[in-house]
Design a protein around this ligand. Structure first.
Ligand code: ATP
Ligand code: MG
Length: 232
C-alpha cells in the first residue's frame, strides 16, 4: 500500500494571544484539505503590524498550551528562532531546507490577512513556495481577499462549503485554496482590550490560555513578572 506524503498546515501570525478563531481556522483548513497537522507559528517581529504586546516567550507558551489538548495542533518556534522581521517567504524557504516539499505545505491565512498579500515580501514568488489556504473570517468574505489581485485568479481553487478536496487535484502546482468556514468572531485585539478593561476572555481562548493570561498579568499595565515579590 502506498502511503501519501504528510500534508502540513502552518498558521502564522502574532498570535498575541492565540484564540479560538485561529484554532477554528486551522481545523477548517485541515478538514478541507486533509492536512495531517497544523503548526501554530508565532511570528518574531511581524512585518506588517505594530510590535506584539506579549513577549515571544509568552506568545509561544500560549500556542503550546492551546496545542496541548488538540491532536491536530503543534506549536512551532521556527519563526521565533530567526531574528529580525518575519517574512513568510523565509519561513517557507526554511521548511524547504528542512526537507519539506512545497507541494505538501499549506500556509493558512484568514481572508483579512490574504487581502494584503500583494504587500508581502517576494510577492508573487511567495505563492510558489507552498500552497495557501484562505479561510473566511466573520466580516471578511472570500471575494474581499482576492478581488484586488486579478493576477492570482488562475491559482484559485474553491473548496465547497463543508467539502473536502484532494490537493493532488492541483495538478502538481501550488494553489490558493478558498475555504468557507464558520470561525468564531474573535480577535486578539479585542481580547487584549477586554483584559485591559477587566472583562472575561474565557469564551474567546482555551481555558489554559485564559489561565496563563491571568496568572502572568498579560495585557495589563503591570505584568505579573514585573511586579515586586509580595504584590501578587
Ligand atoms: P490582531 O487583532 O492582533 O491582528 P488577530 O485576531 O487578527 O489579531 P493574528 O495573529 O493577526 O490574529 O492572525 C493570524 C492569522 O489568523 C491571520 O491570517 C488571520 O487572518 C487569521 N485569523 C485570525 N482570527 C481568525 C478567525 N476568526 N477566522 C479565520 N482566520 C482568522
Ligand atoms: Mg490580525
Amino acid at each position: 500500500m502506498s502511503e501519501r506524503p504528510l500534508r502540513l498546515g502552518v498558521l502564522g501570525g502574532t498570535l498575541d494571544p492565540v484564540h479560538l478563531g485561529h484554532l477554528a481556522a486551522a481545523h477548517a483548513a485541515a478538514r478541507a484539505l486533509s492536512l495531517d497537522a497544523v503548526w501554530l507559528m508565532p511570528s518574531h517581529v511581524p512585518a506588517h503590524k505594530a510590535s506584539p504586546s506579549a513577549s515571544p516567550w509568552h506568545r509561544f507558551a500560549m500556542a503550546a498550551l492551546a496545542a496541548a489538548d488538540d491532536p491536530l495542533i503543534v506549536a512551532s518556534d521556527l519563526e521565533l528562532a530567526r531574528p529580525g522581521p518575519t517574512f513568510t517567504w523565509d519561513t517557507l524557504q526554511a521548511l524547504a531546507a528542512l526537507g519539506h516539499d512545497p507541494l505538501q505545505i499549506f500556509f493558512i491565512t484568514g481572508a483579512d490577512a490574504f487581502a494584503a498579500i500583494d504587500t508581502w515580501h517576494r510577492f508573487p514568488e511567495v505563492l510558489d513556495a507552498g500552497h495557501f489556504v484562505v479561510v473566511t473570517r466573520p466580516g471578511h468574505a472570500l471575494p474581499e481577499a482576492t478581488r484586488n489581485h486579478p493576477a492570482v485568479a488562475p491559482r484559485l481553487r474553491a473548496v465547497p462549503r463543508g467539502g473536502v478536496l484532494d490537493p493532488a487535484d492541483g495538478a502538481g502546482k501550488c494553489r490558493i485554496w478558498l475555504v468557507e468556514a464558520d470561525t468564531p468572531d474573535v480577535s486578539s485585539t479585542d481580547i487584549r482590550q477586554r483584559v485591559l478593561t477587566g472583562q472575561e476572555v474565557g469564551t474567546a481562548v482555551p481555558p489554559s490560555v485564559a489561565a496563563h493570561i491571568r496568572r502572568h498579568g498579560l495585557y495589563t499595565p503591570t505584568p505579573a513578572a514585573r511586579r515586586l515579590h509580595g504584590e501578587y
